[in-house]
Design a protein around this ligand. Structure first.
Ligand SMILES: [Zn+2]
Length: 238
């Protein structure tokens, strides 16, 4: 597999990922406006597809705006898709549910469970999800907001993600100790922590996560800086 992916962490749970072979770009959970640590502005985003894991405002963020501006379909869980579709005229939506997939711009997006909750604008918004993002065989698992759960082992066996993006901030999601268990269950080649140090409630040391994981598993941990781009070559993961 010669395919490389260019990543950028935009703080919190937002990553944009570009397939270096096709130039197609995906952005997930684009909480930019109102995010005290994000450097990227919503008007700077270029995307071919926008993915949202669940309805909370720190995940939907600017997704409808970016989707409409870029004429990029928005992919999310069914009930949230209905709500966003109702509230945003002209929004092109793909609604998926657990184990279901949709392909946009050669990127296959599959919904998997997350142990969390989901609401939008005070309304119940169905189940939250994690997303498997498959770029021609290079697979990234964005876990969304989640606690640790034993079916992460099934997600690992079923989709064999190369890279797992895992929340470590605690309070609303896993902390580094639970996220270590998640890494053991998923067994990705690389794990990248997210959803920490955005607000005081989710203050966390990513180096603790790195040392816990690298001490007891073969998974490498990368800690990106907010706003800086990095390329992952699957050859370097083996
Ligand atoms: Zn969140």
């Amino acid at each position: 597999m010669g395919l490389k992916l260019k990543f950028r962490w935009n703080g919190h749970a937002c990553f944009d990922i570009e397939n270096q072979e096709t130039g197609k770009k995906l952005i997930i959970d684009p909480f930019l406006e109102g995010n005290p640590v994000a450097k990227l502005k919503k008007d700077e985003v270029k995307a071919d597809v926008v993915v949202v894991t669940h309805g909370h405002s720190d995940h939907v963020g600017d997704a409808p705006y970016i989707s409409i501006k870029n004429k990029a379909p928005l992919v999310t869980m069914v009930e949230l898709a209905w709500i966003l579709g109702e509230k945003n005229e002209g929004l092109q939506i793909h609604d998926i549910n657990f184990s279901g997939s949709v392909e946009v711009g050669g990127i296959k997006i599959t919904a998997v469970p997350a142990l969390h909750s989901s609401s939008y604008d005070g309304m119940y918004a169905g189940n939250p999800g994690g997303m498997i993002l498959d770029f021609n065989g290079f697979k990234v698992y964005h876990a969304g907001d989640t606690g640790v759960f034993s079916d992460m082992e099934l997600i690992g066996k079923m989709y064999k993600p190369d890279v797992a993006l895992l929340p470590i901030g605690g309070h609303y999601t896993m902390s580094p100790h639970e996220a270590l268990k998640a890494v053991e269950l998923i067994n990705p080649k690389m794990a990248i922590p997210m959803h920490y140090n955005t607000f005081p409630a989710i203050k966390q040391d990513p180096l603790l996560f790195k040392s816990l994981v690298e001490k007891s598993t073969k998974t490498k941990v990368m800690i990106p800086e907010i706003g800086s781009e990095f390329i992952i070559d699957p050859k370097d993961l083996n």
